[in-house]
Design a binder for this molecule. Structure first.
Ligand SMILES: [Zn+2]
Length: 72
């Protein structure tokens, strides 16, 4: 299993919008936190190549989001 993803890497994941397993690409995106409504720039996320939906956030990006959402 791969431990760290890089922008431009490809994977396969289930897209909730397409309702199927799709090819996904890792990209750096600005992620908006649902709870605090904070926008965190340059977060590595998994994006559906078919509909551009953000499929998942890899575990390696979670601390980055947590840091942005806490203590501000
Ligand atoms: Zn999709």
């Amino acid at each position: 299993m791969k431990l760290a993803w890089n922008a431009g890497d490809y994977a396969a994941n289930e897209c909730k919008r397409c309702h199927k397993v799709v090819r996904t690409r890792f990209e750096l995106r600005t992620v908006r936190l649902a709870r605090s409504r904070l926008c965190v720039p340059d977060v590595l996320v998994d994006v559906c190549t078919e509909c551009d939906h953000m499929v998942s956030i890899p575990p390696q990006s979670v601390p980055q989001l947590r840091e942005a959402g806490v203590g501000k």
